[in-house]
Ligand binder design. Sequence first.
Ligand code: 5MY
Ligand code: ADP
Length: 294
Amino acid sequence: MKAPPHQVAGHQARDGKLGPLIDAAGHFYKPLQGDERGLKEAAFYTAFSSNKSIPDHIRKFFPIFHGTQLLEASDGSGMHPHLVLQDLVSSRLSPSIMDIKVGSRTWPLQAPEDYIDKCLRKDRESTSLSLGFRISGLQVYGSKESGFWKPDKKMIKRFSAVDVRLVLRKFVSSNASADSGLDPDCCFASIVYGGSDGILAQLLELKAWFEEQTIYHFYSCSVLLIYDEELVLEGRSCGVEVKLIDFAHAVEGNGVIDHNFLGGLCSLIKFLSEVLEAPKCCTIKACPQVEEEP
Ligand SMILES: O=P(O)(O)O[C@@H]1[C@@H](OP(=O)(O)O)[C@H](OP(=O)(O)O)[C@H](O)[C@H](OP(=O)(O)O)[C@H]1OP(=O)(O)O
Ligand SMILES: Nc1ncnc2c1ncn2[C@@H]1O[C@H](COP(=O)(O)OP(=O)(O)O)[C@@H](O)[C@H]1O
């Protein structure tokens, strides 16, 4: 068991803190949070897994759930219940990952007052309220030499709408790095965001479901965008994935559309479409876009 090397947001198993662990068999163990949040997330996964009305083409967006298990906690506090989930990045060498919390409101009505106050403040201070989503964390693979660009949490929390636009471009660029003052080349935009298997196509598939589904309201849930530069450079879009994670605040929809999540999703789709519409031409040889140029 070890801490996940590619975790980009959330509580982390570092400095004696409670956080997720992974094993070599492709499992991601998320500790149940001490209050009712952990139990709620476990209840969500249990109900979702056996819900026959979820179509298969939608189920694939969720990590596979293998139940709960008592494990030695990462903070040394002894045995602790963990959700056993599919590790979404175990098969990847150097994944670029972005965690985007969707919805302008990140709290359900039923939440305690002090929790709502805290979330409201974060929603106002971030782009959640203004854009309908916020970036919670990311890493972008550069090269063997430069490794990953992984901005720290403090920097991410300060992202404005302008920063978000830039980061969505950097996420699909070959020249994204900490101190790069370069204009992002958006080298991988057409294959990662575009195409029939790309992120936009997958988000549109999700959106179509959200336009109808009234079973759940996904407050504070994230979409995880994942791709592997090495696969993309080979011209393979098969490694481009969208997944939904973090269901600690998912509640029953009671026959009502999840307008909050749907609105955030539409906004995110618009932002990604804009990157695709105006990518900057790339000049590196291995870039799939180069061949498309006359
Ligand atoms: O503790 P913080 O300030 O890091 O907040 C956590 C959030 O990090 P953020 O500051 O928004 O990047 C964190 O957000 P991310 O997963 O990082 O997007 C969660 O919202 C977490 O709450 P919960 O486990 O979903 O109930 C939040 O944890 P709690 O403070 O609610 O335990
Ligand atoms: N099933 C998974 N497989 C791989 N990584 C995951 C998985 N679930 C979460 N992560 C990673 O952990 C981070 C935090 O997950 P999340 O469920 O939001 O935790 P928290 O409730 O602590 O915020 C995500 O940003 C992602 O990097």
